[in-house]
Design a protein around this ligand. Structure first.
Ligand code: GTP
Length: 604
């Protein structure tokens, strides 16, 4: 393919606006996949993705399309559609010259539509607005056109109105890709310069790096160098993605494909890295911002004998996901484990779910926390910690006020889009989360876009759920990193009969300590099963108790079902009860079901 006949593009959309459905239609229309087979959403490969209906990992496919007698190569780069994964969206976009911005004809512009549009706009890509689901009874494509004109300054005539589900007008989308998106600007005669925009790990073949070639070409047997690690590799295989891997002899500048070169884990093929020929070193391509974990949690095996199994499961999963950070950690109560960093709460849940589903492991997760910082107060301390400003990713290691000149907390700029009738309630919610309003705009007669600066810890656990429930599901939310601000923070412990629950140690804002402590105690009271003795639940700041609840004693009579005599049945029942207990965590002599703490933190 001549460079002029190549187009590299992505589909971006708010969650559920139909990105995967449109991708499937494009694949069918170009004969990449068979229409008759049950190919629903072939690009969503992982089991978790299918279950949750969200795309976690970006997938790429090359399509061949004949338009006006000419054959084109269209490289479609699928992007994930959830707020936690905006980092993956931005890295996919670096390999593209244009995007399809899909907007639901009924829901209109949502928070992620805005966030994704600006990622594409900043990358100077051509944006083709696509209004999807015009077959829906309540579809109002004209209204959405007007929103697009108002918020993005794109003439409404540019919008393509389609039904991805029924296939209506999807061919116009392909034509627009050819007509409105420029071919990549590349030089085939120059030495190789390839951008790594994604990488996956295959048990048998090692790291498979997805690459976009900006200059030159690469073939099997070539020696290449990673600009990031300066390591040299020999290329074992190159090819295109259709969407499964198909080896080819060479990849040329302008193409998007994959490359296998004996890299052992995904950290050797860092996202944003440049690969070049070892004979011709080149200036690396401008880097991406790398994945920055925003949510940290401790992970421990329920039983220490499971440590090695869990270790290898975590290692295998992180081979495929370089955005999870892993530090070894240990605690008196929970034993040896890890502190893991995730892009967001959904990312954490997905990781946990994959551990359980794919590796059959069961773990204790501690309260998620954000990365706080503390500026140390004396030269002696700075020497001891070897830095002036320390980052705290484990609340148990939160330094005492006496050592600290100032605490800092991460903040994010959040975008909320909502029908106007909920604006008042949402503003009140934001206020309880210590948020500061930055912007308010009507995007049409009855829809409002709000921007707030939020402390990240105020939205990490349940903000999204609260927002959804008070707006009957109509408000949408997305956020971007906005640095750090000073904050008055303190560490709070939760105790059960005097024993600290390590999972529930949290850092809270001074003004909220009392309320948070009280709520956690109340929720624990509701979710802790009664035991044979009374349980005192307390929240404490240092040695000061700030809240208390009590769970009354109760005797669970398993043998009541036996109606007397049969001793073997009795034994069976008793055995079942001890087996059930294996899933429990013991704090002192109190038995706590494993999911209690996560529930306590999430319930409204
Ligand atoms: P994520 O992968 O989670 O970002 O979602 P997505 O944007 O890929 O959305 P997806 O394609 O999974 O579609 C979401 C839902 O909308 C599915 O139930 C689709 O069947 C439905 N849908 C997609 N396109 C259309 C359409 O044109 N008309 C109608 N009526 N429904 C559609």
């Amino acid at each position: 393919f001549a460079v002029e006949d190549i187009r590299n593009f992505s589909i971006i959309a708010h969650v559920d606006h139909g990105k995967s459905t449109l991708a499937d239609r494009l694949l069918e229309l170009t004969g990449t996949i068979d229409k008759t087979k049950n190919n629903k959403q072939v690009l969503d490969k992982l089991q978790v993705e299918r279950e949750r209906g969200i795309t976690v990992k970006a997938q790429t496919a090359s399509l061949f399309y004949n338009f006006e007698g000419k054959e084109y190569l269209l490289n479609l780069i699928d992007t994930p559609g959830h707020v936690d994964f905006s980092y993956e969206v931005s890295r996919s976009l670096s390999a593209c010259q244009g995007v399809l911005l899909v907007v639901d004809a009924n829901e209109g512009i949502q928070a992620q539509t805005v966030a994704n549009f600006f990622l594409a706009f900043e990358a100077q890509l051509s944006v083709i607005p696509v209004i999807n689901k015009i077959d829906l009874k309540n579809a109002d494509p004209e209204r959405v056109e007007k929103q697009i004109e108002k918020v993005f300054d794109i003439p409404s005539d540019d919008c393509i109105k389609i039904s991805a589900k029924l296939g209506t007008n999807v061919e116009y989308v392909l034509q627009a890709v050819i007509e409105r998106i420029p071919p990549p600007k590349v030089h085939r005669r120059n030495p190789l310069r390839a951008l790594v925009f994604d990488s996956t790990f295959d048990q048998y073949r090692g790291v498979i790096a997805n690459v976009a070639l900006f200059d030159g070409m690469v073939s099997r047997g070539d020696k290449i160098v990673s600009a990031h690690t300066q390591k040299t590799y020999e290329v074992n295989e190159v090819g295109v993605l259709n969407p499964s891997e198909q080896p080819t002899l060479k990849l040329y500048a302008g193409q998007v494909g994959y490359l296998i070169a004996g890299m052992k884990d995904v950290t050797e093929a860092q996202i944003g890295d440049t690969l070049y020929s070892h004979k011709h070193p080149v200036e690396p391509l401008p880097g991406f911002k790398s994945a920055k974990p925003m949510v940290f949690a401790g992970m421990y095996p329920i039983d220490q004998s499971e440590y090695n199994n869990l270790k290898s499961a975590i290692e295998k999963l992180t081979l495929n996901d370089s955005s999870v950070s892993v530090h070894r950690d240990s605690s008196l109560a929970l034993g040896a484990g890890w502190r893991l960093g995730f892009l967001g709460l959904l990312h954490m849940e997905v990781f946990n779910q994959r551990l359980e589903q794919e590796y059959n492991t069961s773990v204790i997760l501690t309260t998620p926390t954000v990365p706080y910082k503390a500026v140390l107060s004396s030269a002696k301390l700075i020497k001891e910690y070897r830095e002036k400003e320390i980052t705290i990713i484990n609340p148990a290691q939160f330094p005492d006020k006496s050592k600290v000149a100032e605490y800092l907390e991460p903040v994010v700029l959040g975008t909320i889009i909502t029908p106007d009738e909920y604006t008042g309630k949402i503003m009140a919610l934001c206020q309880t989360r210590r948020a500061v309003q930055k912007h308010l705009m009507f995007i049409d007669q009855n829809r409002v876009m709000l921007k707030y600066l939020f402390p990240l810890n105020e939205i990490v656990v349940d903000f999204y759920d609260s927002l959804k429930s008070l707006s009957s599901g109509y408000a949408s939310f997305d956020y971007e990193d906005a640095g750090y601000q000073t904050a008055e923070l303190i560490k709070m412990d939760i105790l059960l009969n005097g024993n600290i629950v390590e999972e529930l140690v949290t850092v809270v804002h001074k003004d909220k300590a009392y309320a948070v402590g009280k709520t956690i105690c109340e929720r624990l009271k509701d979710s802790l099963p009664r035991q044979l003795f009374e349980i005192a639940i307390q929240a404490a700041i240092g040695s000061k108790i700030i809240a208390r609840e009590t769970v009354k004693a109760y005797r669970k009579n398993v043998l009541a079902k036996c109606y007397g005599g049969d001793i073997t049945r009795k034994m069976k029942l008793l055995k079942r009860q001890t087996e059930g207990k294996k899933k429990l965590r013991k704090i002192g002599n109190i038995e706590v079901p494993k999911d209690t703490f996560i529930k306590v933190l999430k319930t409204q």
